[in-house]
Design a protein around this ligand. Structure first.
Ligand SMILES: Cc1ncc(COP(=O)(O)O)c(C=O)c1O
Length: 355
């Protein structure tokens, strides 16, 4: 790996006060090019612009995938990653589905570790804050005929992540638009999934909601995801979530929260959840929580849900009775090196990493 260090760091402690995600990028980025059927040598260099022409393949045909993960700083300045192999695995599943070349494990994992090590001062040490890591790959062949790109850029950039979604959010259950379909790319972190979700989210915002609960495309009767998160529903004392599928992203947070819930003695059921049972549970008072889980927000208890023409509030449970809050603390404590890590999910970023 080639490393070109920045001459003078852009870091100031004020970057940790930013309010908007993606406005404070760290000093360095990693780039690795795929050409003539093989990956070149990765290079880490100062974060900055690249030059492309408007014939850039991804701009026309959408071969673009990404990942989202975080680096955390514990006490005594130690920096951790959380289950990075899971993101690598998902990235390469996304690559295969989008007919793109898988990234070698070491480019992805050593690349992230080296980059995070170099920019470790950008990892905030405040509880719950982190440095967001964005690996991304896209077709860069200069070509406008419809075919898989012959050239790709794999890049990693990192940005300070402020505390997300502090305000209570409401969700509209989708009854017209869909995020994914059988045989499609819903399980992949393909750029187009997000682009296609922006309009339905915009419509939901105009109707007074913050995000969309995605339902199955065929019948709109099954609860699948919430915004860009997996969704868990608490009915009575049981935590329900839909099984991952072709249409549902296999979230690392979901997987981890389900394990922590089981460890906490919470009854967990992974099965299709119908809109009707959620609505019926609201009517009988058994609907206790609707929870979004994902790397960006970690765990978020929603405040209200909209179904057909009705918008109903969810109960506000005390912190020590709220599964979402209890499980969020368990997960963040583990990620930040505060609690035991029986599963080996947390990975120390060694310093200095030999390149
Ligand atoms: C559509 C979608 N669902 C779920 C998730 C949650 O996945 P993870 O917990 O791996 O971040 C994400 C990404 O964060 C997502 O984009």
């Amino acid at each position: 790996m080639i490393i070109e260090k920045i001459k003078e760091s852009k870091f100031t402690p004020e970057v940790f006060n930013i309010k908007v995600f993606g406005t404070a990028f760290s000093d360095h980025m990693l780039l690795c090019y795929f050409k003539d059927g093989k990956w070149g040598e990765p290079i880490i260099k100062p974060y900055g612009k690249l030059e492309f022409t408007p014939a850039l393949s991804v701009a026309h045909y959408g071969q673009g995938i990404f990942e989202g993960m975080k680096a955390y700083k514990g006490s005594n300045e130690e920096v951790y990653l959380f289950r990075p192999e899971e993101n690598l695995d998902r990235f390469n599943k996304s690559a295969v589905r989008m007919d793109m070349p898988p990234i070698p494990d070491d480019v992805f994992l050593d690349g992230i570790r080296t980059l995070v090590d170099l920019d470790r001062q950008w990892v905030p040490d405040a509880y719950g804050m982190s440095l967001y890591i964005r690996p991304v790959m896209f077709g860069i062949e200069e070509a406008i005929s419809a075919h898989s790109s012959g050239e790709y850029l794999f890049a990693i950039v990192m940005a300070v992540a402020p505390n997300y979604y502090n305000k209570p959010l409401s969700l509209k259950i989708a009854d017209k638009y869909s995020r994914a379909a059988n045989g499609g790319v819903g399980f992949a972190k393909a750029a187009g999934n997000y682009g296609a979700s922006f309009y339905p989210a915009h419509v939901a915002r105009k109707e007074g909601y913050d995000q969309v609960i995605w339902t199955d495309d065929a019948t709109h009767t099954l609860i699948e995801e919430a915004g860009t998160m997996n969704v868990l529903v608490r009915i009575g004392d049981k935590l329900l979530t839909a099984p991952v599928s072709e249409r549902i992203l296999n979230g690392v947070t979901r997987k981890s929260i389900l394990q922590l819930a089981k460890d906490s003695g919470i009854e967990v059921e992974v099965r299709p959840i119908t809109v009707k049972e959620v609505y019926d549970a609201h009517v009988t008072g058994d609907l206790k929580e609707v929870i979004g889980v994902g790397t960006a927000v970690v765990v978020n208890n929603y405040a209200a849900v909209g179904y057909a023409d009705e918008k109903f509030d969810l109960p506000q449970l005390p912190d020590d009775e709220c599964y979402g809050k209890i499980l969020k603390k368990k997960l963040v404590d583990l990620q930040m090196g505060i609690s035991e890590d029986p599963y080996g999910w947390r990975q120390l970023v060694e310093h200095p990493i030999e390149a």
